[in-house]
Design a protein around this ligand. Structure first.
Ligand SMILES: C[S@@+](CC[C@H](N)C(=O)[O-])C[C@H]1O[C@@H](n2cnc3c(N)ncnc32)[C@H](O)[C@@H]1O
Length: 285
């Protein structure tokens, strides 16, 4: 990370340059992502799938969605790419232990997908685009690897749709800081509500948007959520970035992490999120 001239006074600080995105390989984060399934998280997408189709899961993470996609379209091939080698290793382990063989996992960047033009019948990007600084560029690259009439599926939570109880001033501050940090590292937690516009801009047609709600309301779920979100304030590089930006001092940061964790243990804790979903198609030519 480098400090350059002209730091902005509020919002994203353009004077600090950070590599795009955050890392998703910490144990608590991988555990949280590994709970996801295609039938629950990607229900809006899998109803368009059939055996024999070829699928790409972009930013597949630990592969818990990918493995079920492979079961659904078998004997069709399901490819998974992720820029983190550790995620690809996780995904390979998961599919092997589930005896799923119709997969091809590769370390790769969604901006330069390591497959030729018109390779796939359908592409899913679940919880990925909101972490990118150039989501339209990524959508255009996905468009390239889709076959004519191929399907794209997107799903992510838009952070304008969060419901959190019980809310305390420190938790509110922590949440606002987390969203600001998210934008600082190049993502946009409010991108998903713009799916229709973004897909149209990237050349997709027949775009249909929907939404679903996810929530946690039992101690296992609230604890896991709190561990995941507070990790981003605890992780050394991100904590250093917050301190360097002067957005919080170390004791405040520690108090915020404790507030998330206390919330996770609260007997009445409740968290709900609005997940935006979209499907669209590449044209026939
Ligand atoms: C929030 S996780 C979602 C993982 C998985 N899709 C899921 O929903 O469980 C985001 C994933 O996208 C990956 N990622 C972020 N930027 C990427 C990029 N430019 N190219 C490929 N993968 C990327 C991260 O490494 C991470 O595994």
């Amino acid at each position: 990370m480098t400090k350059i001239d002209n730091p902005a006074a509020t919002g994203v600080d353009e004077g600090i340059v950070h590599a795009e995105g955050t890392s998703w390989v910490a144990t608590e984060v991988v555990d949280y992502l590994s709970r996801r399934t295609a039938s629950r998280e990607a229900a809006f997408f899998i109803r368009h799938l059939a055996p024999g189709m070829s699928i790409l899961d972009c930013g597949c993470g630990p592969g818990s969605i990918t493995v079920e996609l492979a079961q659904i379209v078998s004997p069709g091939l399901v490819a998974g790419i992720d820029r983190e080698p550790a995620q690809i290793a996780n995904a390979k382990r998961r599919t092997l232990s589930a005896d799923v063989l119709n997969t091809d996992f590769r370390v790769g960047n969604v901006y330069e997908i390591p497959y030729p033009d018109a390779s796939f019948d359908a592409v899913l990007a679940h919880a990925v685009l909101q972490h990118l600084s150039e989501p339209i560029r990524a959508l255009k690259e996905i468009h390239r690897v889709l076959k004519p009439n191929g399907l794209i599926g997107l799903r992510e939570e838009d952070r304008n749709g969060d419901v959190i109880y019980p809310m305390t001033p420190i938790l509110q501050e922590a949440h606002a800081l987390t969203m600001r940090l998210w934008q600082q590292v190049g993502g946009d937690p409010y991108f998903p509500s713009r799916y229709r516009e973004a897909l149209r801009e990237a050349g997709f047609i027949q775009v249909e948007m929907s939404a679903s709600c996810e929530y946690c309301s039992n101690p296992n779920d609230t604890r896991a959520w709190a561990a995941t979100i507070s990790h981003f304030l605890e992780e050394a590089e991100l904590a250093d970035l917050i301190l360097e930006l002067g957005w919080a001092d170390r004791p405040t940061l520690e108090a915020m992490v404790s507030a998330y964790k206390e919330w996770g243990e609260h007997p009445d804790a409740f968290w709900a999120e609005t997940w935006c979903e979209a499907v669209g198609r590449k044209g026939h030519t």
